[in-house]
Design a protein. Structure first.
Lengths: 211, 211, 211, 211
DNA sequence: CATGAATGAGCCTTCATTCAT
DNA sequence: TATGAATGAAGGCTCATTCAT
């Protein structure tokens, strides 16, 4: 039986994770020492190791948390924008997510984790988990849109998802680099136009020669 | 007065840069020590400092070089695929570039530099320089396509470019994470279809409600 | 006023000491943290400090206990092997003691304590106490054997004890290093032969020129 | 081609090893930090790592050196004390070796290494190497003495060596614990008397019942 | 009595960089 | 020009011990 309440423990963990996010956003993962984190969290050096057994564990916890938040983010999807195909509504959400946090903290941390994923299997797996819902459920939706005659049946559904995901990822990167120079709302409009036939107004589509 | 020829100097610099690329691709920028680089380059510890003032300088040189290569990459653009609008031909090239290098070395290094750009002004500026041609010349092309009636005139040309760039960036990231699971050719087809009206085959476009 | 019985207290102390012995045997004194001990003893971190003021105190208690055991070990000495001089019977016991414990746990811990004794006055004193009986009572026995004409009267009784003790100590060390390669029974035979004239069978002893 | 002479390098290594010996003798292996060593050697913290890649490597080097010294110690053996069997002359040397160093530094370090050998395979192997000459060549000498009728043929030659080695080891330990209370010369006399029939002067040996 | 959260000093090691030769 | 010895700050982590609950 612990001496302090379960909430206190969880609060401490959260305190450390929050501090880590701040530090990572400011200085990157490798530019952040555990000392930086404990200072930001206003904790003793040893205290951090009560809650996480290594720096990598903090990263993992932080990753897991952002994964949970991500799932929540896409939960209310079915209700919004009923005029759009379901698979398309994620694009809107996915791009606008980058505007959520002040100073784009999460966006910056995300990019550091992207790089880290190339070196660290655990981070890579978290990264994959983030896209798992897309990969698993959305190609089938595309296929239905193709059968319904709305989407070109010659296109590979997996590739469609790949491109959609690319847009969200690339938008995040560009916003991280230059938070103030891009009009994300306008970009969302363009993206939606692309996927719903509202972009190209020319007589005949250039798509024919894509084969 | 240097005893060795200018070429020798340049060769040594290149040797170091190449070694750095190898190391960075393997272990990331922060996971690579100068010792790793000099070992890979088969040079003495001090030698590196004859050619580069610091580790940061190596990173910068490497970034600059990739910038030059990038420019070359897009040079022959005018000749290829005359059926496509000029601004669209870059997409094809930009996405397929990721397939260029064995083991996706450049792709991995690129992603490490993306993260580094968030911390290091010089790297960020190199990063911006990479996209400068897009930003400067391509919106005007879009505008022309809009005036020609090919592209929806309600869309923001800068935002169009933003989305195009996003696709290329996001494709790079996804390929770096999972080099073997994606069909980049199929993705290029999808991308081209999106931009040339070959994606949406539905009766009326959903683009109207994007406003 | 203690809520729990005296036995409970003592049992807890013993529990900790036993755990410490296990840990020390496994990882050495310095390789064992208090956490290792409390884990092995299945106790809370703070509990240990109720029974022992410090890590050093545990070591001391453990040393004291082995001292008591040692005394018990030599108690029945008088009855066994009446054919041997009393001072010699200790050798047999002393060497065979190393065979007592499975995995030679006590032997290993003893050696760690030997080293510790060089740094820690308290441990050194325990160590000395272990040999005190030898030093105090046995030289007199030797002297009697010398007067009885059994042992060379030119030899220093203290030195005889020193050599006897050396044999026991050295045997312990060698068995700790290589538990399986030595035949301790054969070694005891050799030792007894040495002390009772059964070793050298040559015409005239080389001992004359030892002076 | 190194910048400094080979001797300089070797001198630095020796400087570190010597410092380590001093520190180990003073505070034990675990009580000595690399900082202690570098301070004693008057070197920078990083310098130590030019010459040894870890603390364990320093221990190994120090062990190797003492092994070499040990071999030298027993080299001139054949010339000394021609009145004694060759295998016996080592005992004299082996015991007196403990008197060599001021403050018994080597003796103390040896004991710390004895303990370390129980935890560290590399140290254990050095330890074994130290006794290898004994194990390999001396049993045969004993056997010859047995055939010559000088030594009781019923005794196991390996066990004889085991006991001889025990005496040396145990003498070292006792001298390390109490450098000033023992008369090592007298002990050597006892030891020689034991092995050459000069100890037991009784009418009939007690050795008969050793079987 | 008991718990385990908290502390902070200290440890081994790495690394970018300098500089005498 | 080239070498590699030397520097010392910093990093991740462990651990004996204290103390509020």
């Amino acid at each position: 039986m612990p001496k302090v309440s379960e909430e206190h423990l969880e609060a401490r963990r959260q305190q450390i994770i929050d501090a880590a996010v701040q530090c990572f956003a400011r200085s990157g993962i490798h530019g952040t020492s555990l000392d930086d984190i404990r200072l930001e969290a206003d904790l003793s050096r040893g205290a951090v190791y009560h809650y996480f057994k290594s720096k990598e564990d903090i990263i993992e916890a932080l990753r897991e948390q952002s994964l949970e938040e991500d799932e929540q983010l896409f939960e209310g999807l079915k209700e919004n924008r009923p005029d759009l195909p379901l698979w398309l509504r994620t694009l809107d959400k996915g791009m606008k997510r980058n505007l959520r946090t002040p100073g784009n903290i999460d966006t910056r941390v995300a990019m550091f984790l992207w790089a880290e994923a190339l070196l660290n299997e655990r981070v890579l797996n978290s990264q994959r988990a983030l896209f798992k819902p897309w990969r698993e459920t959305m190609p089938e939706m595309i296929r239905q849109s193709q059968q319904a005659g709305d989407v070109n049946p010659d296109l590979d559904p997996e590739a469609v998802i790949f491109v959609m995901a690319s847009i969200m990822i690339g938008a995040t990167a560009q916003l991280a680099w230059d938070p103030d120079t891009h009009d994300i709302e306008a970009a969302v409009e363009v993206a939606e136009a692309l996927f719903t036939g509202g972009f190209w107004t020319g007589g005949d589509s250039g798509g024919e020669d894509a084969e």
